[in-house]
Write a protein that binds this ligand. Structure first.
Ligand code: SAM
Length: 184
């Protein structure tokens, strides 16, 4: 059986994250990726997470408290399109990883989805806050209403990265995973 894309993303990030690093979860949702990042960076590292739904932030916070990792995470009730202005100045250029898991909140309101314009703004800012060698993990879902526009926009953005990043692609019958390493 094919390895789940979430596991491939976590493997790729595990290989380059160290205790004490800084990471961003751009789409916190129920907090699975936030917890993963915090567990890789603890006890000295920090994660900053973004989501626009309070229900998502509450679920993620409960998950982090249960794991004893809440002190390593700051959750922001804020859109990821404001990522750059919400990171401390000394994070700019020093972030090791940014995770995106697009679409809707599992178990939540499926009408509240990520959108092309805000996603592209966030991706642009994510690439610029990464350290050289840092990684964006980007999970893209094609199936839900409204997804097509976002998928096309993401593909267009990936195509113009050029020498700034190296893009690796993993496909599946459903979602696709893109790993973007900052090169310059
Ligand atoms: C697929 S879920 C994320 C799942 C999450 N990574 C996890 O491990 O549980 C997508 C999330 O993106 C959030 N979202 C939608 N628009 C957003 C935006 N502009 N900024 C930040 N988060 C957003 C949704 O509220 C939803 O919780």
């Amino acid at each position: 059986m094919a390895r789940p894309l979430t596991a491939i993303a976590h493997d790729a990030l595990s290989g380059m994250l160290d205790c004490g690093d800084r990471a961003v979860d751009a789409t916190v949702g129920n907090g699975h990726d936030t917890l993963f990042l915090a567990s890789r960076l603890a006890p000295d590292g920090q994660v900053i997470g973004f989501d626009i739904q309070q229900a998502a932030l509450n679920a993620a916070n409960a998950r982090l408290i249960a794991a004893g990792l809440d002190a390593n995470v700051t959750l922001l009730s804020c859109g990821h399109e404001r990522l750059g202005e919400n990171l401390p100045p000394d994070w700019h250029g020093s972030v090791s990883a940014v995770m995106f898991n697009l679409g809707y909140l599992p178990g939540g309101d499926k009408r509240l989805i990520t959108h092309a314009d805000t996603t592209l703004a966030a991706l642009q800012q994510a690439l610029s806050v990464l350290r050289i060698g840092g990684l964006i993990s980007l999970m893209v879902y094609p199936g839900h209403p409204g997804a097509g526009t976002e998928v096309q926009a993401v593909l267009g953005w990936l195509a113009q990265i050029g020498r700034r990043g190296r893009v690796t692609h993993h496909s599946s019958p459903g979602p696709a995973l893109y790993l973007i390493e900052r090169l310059a």
